[in-house]
Design a protein around this ligand. Structure first.
Ligand SMILES: [Zn+2]
Ligand SMILES: [Zn+2]
Length: 254
């Protein structure tokens, strides 16, 4: 953690004393205005959106669903889209993960517009179906401690880009362990069960839930089931900057 703290510290410093790349601190030439240098930009681990499963993971051409989605029956989420990959462990080459950590734990809100552009890129195909945008809520005490809810900042920036209202549709009512500390899908589902309830909510037919990272989709699924069961929303979509646990779907697994 201390290495991360140090990197975060310098990254934040660099954002206050531009022009430097937000990820690697390389100085920009004068007049150049960007978040990332060309080298870091080229390292961003994008998911090829041309053929993805409804859960958002990339698929081989011949498949329409990943093994997990094929095994699942009814789902509360219509589709999930994620822009790129997330790596929990420290890796200086993992630019997207570094940006998310700087944004979330380093408090660098200035990155929200850049990250929202990534949401826009990954979620463009969903946009025509979306009436409202919401976000995964935090417990009020956790939000006070961090100073902001990163998912809400992302949702608000995306709302500006798309011209779609952003609503605080849910609130978090239960303390949960960090999902990243739990490995199995079942443990994550159990951890997050009953953690959310409906907040101020204007009924609508379709809503998009924004978040920073999705790994097993347990959190998005729990939020979606509250919106569906208690809010009566018909179609619910998830959109995240990144997806944890890269998995390559192979034809022989299906
Ligand atoms: Zn860079
Ligand atoms: Zn899938």
């Amino acid at each position: 953690m201390s290495a991360l703290r140090e990197r975060v510290f310098y990254a934040v410093l660099d954002l206050f004393y531009p022009p430097h790349c937000a990820a690697c601190s390389a100085p920009f030439s004068e007049g150049e205005r960007a978040f990332l240098c060309a080298d870091c930009e080229s390292k961003i681990e994008r998911i090829d959106q041309s053929h993805v499963c409804r859960c958002g993971c990339p698929l081989p051409e011949v498949l329409d669903l990943c093994p997990q989605c094929a095994a699942e029956g009814e789902r509360v989420l219509e589709q999930i889209r994620s822009f790129g990959w997330y790596e929990e462990r420290e890796d200086p080459d993992h630019v997207l993960s570094a940006l998310i950590k700087i944004f979330k734990y380093g408090g660098e809100r200035a990155l929200a517009p850049l990250l929202a552009q990534y949401l826009d890129e990954a979620g463009r195909s969903l946009r025509p179906q979306i009436e409202q945008i919401t976000f995964v809520p935090m417990l009020p005490k956790d939000e006070r401690e961090r100073g902001f809810n990163q998912a809400e900042l992302l949702a608000r920036e995306l709302g500006k880009l798309w011209g779609i209202p952003v609503v605080r549709a849910l609130e978090k009512i239960k303390e949960t362990k960090p999902q990243a500390s739990l490995r199995s899908r079942d443990a994550r589902r159990e951890n997050i069960r009953g953690a959310f309830r409906l907040a101020k909510f204007t009924p609508c037919a379709s809503i998009l839930i924004a978040d920073d990272v999705c790994t097993t989709s347990a959190t998005l699924t729990e939020c979606a089931s509250v919106l569906k069961k208690d809010g009566g929303v018909e179609k619910i979509y998830g959109l995240t900057i990144a997806r944890g646990a890269q998995k390559n779907i192979r034809v022989e697994d299906v």
